[in-house]
Design a binder for this molecule. Structure first.
Ligand code: AP5
Length: 260
C-alpha cells in the first residue's frame, strides 16, 4: 500500500507513517490534518480480499492513517541483520503462517502512540486472533480510546486466488496493483514513485492455501468477537474497488461527498 504522504495533490491527508514503521518514539514528519471526526477502524477479511486496496481509498476518504502489520513485517524483512525473533517471524510469514501473538502484540504496543493519532487509524492485519483483539481493546482502553467498527470484507475463494495470483506490489512505496484489474501505466513500474513492482513471497499457491486455512481457523473467530457487541460491519468485496469503498462508507454511516 502506498505510504501516505506520497499522495501529493490527491486530496489525501498526509502522513509518512514513520511512527508506525520505526516505532520506539519515532514521530511522523507529515501529520494528518485535523478533521471534525476521526475514525478508529479495523479491517478484517481473508488474504487477498482487498483490505490494502480499500485502506488506500478509505485513508483518502476519511483522513485516516493506514497501519498494516503485514507492511511492517515486510519492511523489517529488508533489515540486513534482523534479530533472531524477527528472522523467525519472517520465516513463518514466508510459509504463510501467522506470527506469534506475543510478538505482534509487542510490536503494536511499541507503536501504541499511533492509536491516539489525531487522524484516527485503519488497522490492517491486526488483530488476527481473538487474543490480539482482546489486547487491542485493552491498549485502547488504557489510552481512553475505543474502536468505532471492525469492517469485514467477504469474497468467494476462487476470486481471492485470482486477485492474489495477479498482485504486484511496489518495493518502494508499497502501492498495490493487479496485472489485469489494476495495472500500472508502465508494466513493472510503480505509477506513484517509479519503484519496481514485485510479486510477494507469500503469494505462491502453497502459501496461499496455508494463509486461507489460517484465516478460517484463527481469524474467523475474531469476526464473532466483534459481532457480539455490534462492532462488526460486513461488506461484500466483489465489484470494482470504488463500489466497495461506497459500500464501506455507507456501512459506517458516511455518505460520499460528506466525508469528514
Ligand atoms: P498481510 O500483509 O496483512 O496479508 P493478508 O492479510 O494476507 O492480506 P493481503 O495483503 O495478502 O491482501 P489484501 O486483503 O490486503 O489484498 P490487496 O488489497 O493486496 O500479512 C502478511 C503475513 O504477515 C500474514 O500471512 C502473517 O504471516 C503475517 N502477519 C501480519 N499480521 C499478523 C498478525 N496480526 N498476527 C500474526 N501474523 C501476522 O488485494 C489483492 C489483489 O487484488 C491486488 O492485486 C489488488 O490490486 C487486487 N484487488 C483488490 N481489490 C480488487 C477489486 N475490487 N477487484 C479486482 N481486484 C482487486
Amino acid at each position: 500500500m502506498a505510504a501516505s504522504g506520497s499522495s501529493g495533490d490527491s486530496g489525501r491527508p498526509d502522513s509518512d507513517r514513520a511512527a508506525w514503521f520505526r516505532g520506539a518514539g519515532a514521530s511522523c514528519s507529515i501529520r494528518p490534518e485535523a478533521r471534525e471526526r476521526s475514525y478508529r477502524l479495523v479491517l478484517l477479511g481473508p488474504p487477498g480480499v482487498g483490505k490494502g486496496t480499500q485502506a488506500e481509498l478509505l485513508c483518502e476518504a476519511l483522513g485516516t492513517c493506514h497501519l498494516s502489520t503485514g507492511d511492517l513485517f515486510r519492511a523489517a524483512g529488508c533489515d540486513p541483520n534482523p534479530t533472531p525473533a524477527l528472522a523467525a517471524a519472517l520465516e513463518a510469514m514466508r510459509r504463510g503462517e501467522l506470527v506469534s501473538d506475543e510478538m505482534v502484540i509487542d510490536l503494536v504496543r511499541e507503536r501504541s502512540g499511533c492509536l491516539r493519532c489525531r487522524g484516527g487509524f485503519l488497522l490492517d492485519g491486526f488483530p488476527r486472533t481473538v487474543a490480539q483483539a482482546e489486547a487491542l481493546d485493552k491498549l485502547l482502553q488504557e489510552r481512553g480510546e475505543s474502536l468505532d467498527a471492525a469492517i469485514a470484507y467477504e469474497l468467494p475463494t476462487e476470486q481471492i486466488v485470482e486477485r492474489l495470483g495477479g498482485r504486484r506490489t511496489c518495493s518502494g512505496c508499497k502501492a498495490v496493483y493487479h496485472v489485469v484489474s489494476r495495472p500500472s501505466r508502465v508494466p513493472g513500474v510503480c505509477d506513484q514513485c517509479g519503484g519496481p513492482l514485485m510479486e510477494r513471497d507469500d503469494d505462491r499457491p502453497e502459501a496461499i492455501r496455508v494463509r486461507l486455512a489460517a484465516y478460517e481457523s484463527t481469524t474467523r473467530p475474531v469476526l464473532e468477537y466483534y459481532a457480539r457487541d455490534g462492532r462488526l460491519k460486513s461488506v461484500a468485496a466483489d465489484g470494482p474497488p470504488e463500489q466497495i469503498l461506497d459500500r464501506t462508507l455507507r456501512g459506517l454511516g458516511v455518505a460520499q461527498g460528506e466525508t469528514p
